[in-house]
Design a protein around this ligand. Structure first.
Ligand code: 4GX
Length: 358
């Protein structure tokens, strides 16, 4: 990942980015953090880059021309089509979905404003994304850019070690992390929860999910309102099962998977709730009952649904029928099993974006 940070204070970016995990990532060649000093593109003999606001009022406004030239200097390095992110309290508030989506880019241009802001005309011309790091006011965009770089870089391959891995994180489910413990087993008469010493991984995983939910309910009920319990299910071969499982894991830390081929489920069916998400894989090679509609016993209550067809051009009429059975089809992914498997990550991000917009 290559970041181009356009700023009046390049030293601030270099100092922070050179430290700790980001510093290690730069030295290891996993990321590059370039700075472009907007002042170098001043069109004024005094090197000024700001001027008084039309219409009057307090403070100064950054001029369009130096900002535009600085962006174009970065674009000469990255090529056209690079996303230009302006850090501003008026942007979309950064969250883990946005972070992961940005991590899919090869290059990012980050524009840091100062004073009262930047002349609107260059923003209209050049900025593709308006992003805020939170509902408070900073003295400039640099700390915003650094926060973004830090969070995005965690998803760049090789930036985190195995122990630090960003793969399975509860925030992606809009849930808070469960509590952590290390030695000693008893500290000032406080014991480590017994289940964590049991070695029973299913029970531990269940306990962690419960704690995540409880904690989110107590501390961030606003997140819980937007949280979904993710279930992957598939009809057909094991390859389809593997695909659905990896997609489910990429969408949710606590996702679970169901082999819907099992006779019992086929006969009894299953009802999904409105706070659930079903990711349904339909393998055309599935052994289907007489009428060829293995999904007919699945019911939803406005349940969002993602359909996965691991064979292009052979979509069964499932989407329409599932809508009638109470599901809301969010997206349909189809294509070869191989293509679908390679792009699991992109699909997972798209699914999460869809869920946020529900
Ligand atoms: N998340 N700031 C941008 C300049 C500015 C002033 C007025 C637009 C209008 C911020 C944030 C943030 C402070 C960066 C003001 N831009 N950036 N700067 N919150 O507060 O990202």
């Amino acid at each position: 990942m290559n970041y181009y940070v356009l700023t009046l204070f390049p030293e601030m970016i270099r100092q922070a980015a050179g430290t700790s995990i980001l510093g290690r990532a730069i030295r290891g060649g996993r990321i590059q953090v370039h700075t472009v000093n907007i002042r170098d593109y001043s069109v004024n003999k005094h090197m000024r880059v700001d001027d008084y606001p039309y219409g009057g009022g307090a403070g100064m406004v950054m001029e369009a021309e130096p900002v535009c030239r600085a962006i174009e200097a970065a674009e000469r390095e990255t090529g056209q089509g690079t996303r230009v992110v302006y850090l501003t309290p008026q942007g979309k508030v950064l969250n883990q979905t946005v972070v992961e989506e940005l991590a899919g880019e090869e290059n990012l241009i980050l524009l840091c404003g100062h004073y009262e802001g930047i002349d609107e005309r260059v923003l209209e011309e050049k900025v593709t994304d308006y992003i805020s790091i939170g509902d408070y006011v900073l003295t400039g965009g640099e700390l915003g850019a650094l926060v973004l770089i830090d969070a995005v870089s965690r998803f760049v391959p090789g930036v985190l070690s195995n122990e630090e891995s960003a793969q399975f994180e509860s925030l992606q489910d809009n849930l808070l992390e469960y509590p952590h413990y290390t030695r000693p087993e008893e500290w000032r008469r406080k014991k480590v929860p017994e289940v964590l010493l049991s070695g029973d991984h299913r029970r531990i995983e269940e306990w962690r999910r419960e704690k995540s939910l409880e904690r989110t309910r107590e501390r961030r009920p606003d997140l819980l309102e937007r949280s979904f319990q993710v279930t992957g299910g598939w009809f057909g071969g094991e390859n389809c099962g593997v695909l659905v499982r990896s997609l489910t894991d990429a969408v949710s830390r606590y996702g679970s998977c169901l082999d819907l081929n099992r006779k019992k489920i086929r006969r009894q069916g299953r009802v999904f709730g409105e706070r659930e998400l079903l990711i349904l894989g339909l393998d055309p090679e599935a052994e289907t009952p007489e009428d060829g509609r293995p999904w007919r016993n699945l019911r939803g209550r406005g349940t969002p649904l993602v359909l996965v067809f691991p064979k292009a051009g052979q979509e069964p009429p499932a989407a329409e029928e599932m809508e009638k059975q109470g599901f809301r089809v969010l997206t349909v992914f189809s294509g070869s099993l191989q293509k679908l498997s390679e792009e699991t990550r992109e699909y997972a991000i798209q699914i999460r974006k869809n869920l946020e917009n529900l």
